[in-house]
Ligand binder design. Structure first.
Ligand code: PEP
Ligand code: MG
Length: 545
């Protein structure tokens, strides 16, 4: 509770704030040092966190409030409540999580300024589960592995706290409604991080069922780990290559652990969304080079900026659009305002310097767009050559097929693209006319509906005719049964969340893709609309080796 709201000596108060901020920076730097031996992912989180702690804008705004009469604590609180207000209005979940980090830092700073430590004198119980409204990444690190689980009333699974929890292998459940009011100190609680469920004061039957579940999961994890170095080769002999999706440096360490062959989709927009000003070409080139280095020679498909729709950059003015997902976004912005896309392509070319480069353009709706974007890329390559800069060793230029129209493009399009990747998230929303962000309709249409599968099959056939490699990088690629259906249709490369690689590989290795194709063909003959029940029963009867 802050009692001194105003100050009568702004100079002394600013000095106190600066002292507090420098202590804060030291404590964050200490956390960084402590993390040197630990997971790389921690370091990424902490680096972003340290960036906030060292942000001059943050300090300046608080100093400004002090100059207008507030005490140091009140200035921190003002900045904190403004950040919270921004939190309510930011549609992008990634940015929202970053603002949560700022909230966590403000709390730390308040504790430093008020001299209120975290030590309450209360003893930590045995095998504690932490229940809180929200928690920041550094605070979670302070508790460390002593915690057996964390339950948050707010928060999201993409937050930095969640990344830390994953790195520490602490089960975490977010968005547990009313948990802070219903859970009492000392209550028994089961935290099922995989299912995202908590059981407060469980009865014995729930506890027993949960113990069984843990034993089964441990067995499954051991099976996935044993498959890490093996190919996703089905019983029929066909092999599917499995890749992972990424968007920040912190994702890259998963490449090795997951057993993915490369990065099938690197979403580049996060670096643009994270900042308050447009990133510089040199910063981007350095980041892309680090990504390529971390990938250690494995292929990384960089998807150019997919901005617009729900992803809004604070420094770029945008028209108000009635239907932003179908509006001025992705390659459309890239072609109409080619300056940003050119800058990004230059950064990619410079990062590659002597290494292979793979670029893909998002939301291509017709051949002309792809050709125009590729032309811009080739011009940038020429420019770099002219400047005497090293060029990429090889270049692959692909298109994301995310609108139904592209599936009907002229055959030359399929021949012109070096590869095609189906962005199933967008493709499905346009195919079924069901907004992927709208909870009322989001889950209404199943990927395993015959109409959608038939459409994917058409894309497979068109790519096969042209001899163009095809992959699928939407969320469905990471759902084992859906992935199996895609493989059965002939999609031979899938890109997914790193944690899905093991389960998808396990299922493909147990299945026969010819049998899957037969199930789909039979359902079509019989007029069955939804394939899920049949594929689930097929999967159920597969042998476990
Ligand atoms: C997709 O649409 O399936 C995709 C992979 O891209 P994003 O989810 O970033 O739109
Ligand atoms: Mg998309």
């Amino acid at each position: 509770m802050i009692t001194n709201l105003v100050n009568d000596d702004p100079v002394a108060e600013v000095a106190r704030l600066r002292e507090g901020v420098s202590q804060l920076r030291v404590s964050v730097d200490e956390l960084m040092r402590a993390a040197t031996t630990a997971d790389k992912e921690y370091r990424e989180v902490l680096e972003a966190y340290r960036m906030f702690a060292h942000s001059r804008g943050w300090l300046k705004r608080m100093e400004h409030s002090i100059e207008s009469g507030l005490s140091a604590e009140a200035a921190v609180e003002k900045e904190q409540s403004e950040a919270r207000a921004r939190l309510q209005t930011v549609p992008d979940p990634y940015l929202r999580d970053r603002l949560h980090d700022l909230d966590d830092l403000a709390n730390r700073l308040l504790r430093i300024l008020t001299g209120q430590g975290r030590e309450t004198g209360a003893k930590m119980p045995e095998r504690p589960i932490l229940v809180a409204r929200t928690i920041g990444p550094a605070e979670l690190l302070d508790y460390g592995r002593r915690l057996r689980g964390v339950v948050l009333e707010e928060g999201s699974i993409g937050s930095h706290a969640a990344i830390v929890a994953r790195a520490l292998a602490i089960p975490l459940v977010v968005q547990a409604e009313r948990i802070t009011t219903e859970a009492l100190n000392g209550d028994q609680i089961i935290v099922d991080g995989t299912a995202g469920v908590v059981h407060l004061r469980p009865d014995e039957s729930v506890a027993t069922a949960f113990r069984d579940k843990i034993a089964m999961e441990a067995q499954a994890q051991a099976r996935f780990a044993a498959l890490r170095e093996l190919p996703a080769q089905a019983r029929c002999g066909a092999t599917v290559s499995l890749h992972m999706n990424a968007g920040i440096m912190a994702d890259l360490p998963s490449l090795k652990g997951s057993g993915a062959e490369g990065v099938g989709l690197f979403r580049t927009e996060l670096q643009f969304l994270l900042r308050s000003t447009m990133p510089r070409r040199s910063d981007l080139a350095a980041l892309y080079a680090r990504v390529m280095e971390a990938a250690g020679g494995r292929r990384v498909a960089f998807r150019t900026l997919d901005i617009g729709s729900d992803k809004v950059m604070p420094y770029m003015r945008r028209p108000d659009e009635p239907n932003p997902a179908m509006g001025w976004r992705a390659i459309r912005v890239g072609l109409d305002r080619s300056g940003v896309m050119r800058m990004q392509l230059q950064a990619l070319i410079r990062a590659a310097a002597g290494r292979p480069l793979t670029v893909m353009f998002p939301l291509v709706s017709e051949m002309a767009e792809f050709l125009a974007a590729r032309e811009i890329l080739m011009r940038e390559i020429e420019r770099e050559r002219h400047l005497g800069h090293p060029l990429p060793e090889t270049l692959e230029v692909g298109a994301m097929l995310e609108t139904p129209s592209l599936a009907f493009a002229p055959a030359n399009f399929f021949r012109a693209a070096d590869f095609i990747s189906i962005g199933g998230n967008d493709l499905k929303q346009f195919f079924f006319a069901a907004d992927r962000e709208n909870e009322l309709v989001r889950r209404r249409y199943d990927t395993l509906t015959l109409s959608f599968l038939t459409f994917v099959q058409k894309i497979v056939a068109r790519c096969a005719e042209a001899g163009t490699p095809l992959s699928f990088c939407g969320e469905d690629a990471g759902r084992p049964v859906d992935a199996l259906a895609l493989a059965g249709l002939g999609v031979r490369a899938l890109s997914m969340r790193p944690a899905s690689v093991g389960p998808v590989k396990d299922l493909i290795r147990r299945a026969d893709l010819g049998e899957v194709a037969e199930i789909i063909a039979t359902a079509r003959r019989q007029g069955v609309e939804n394939l899920r029940p049949r594929l689930l029963s097929y999967v159920d009867q597969l042998p476990r080796d």
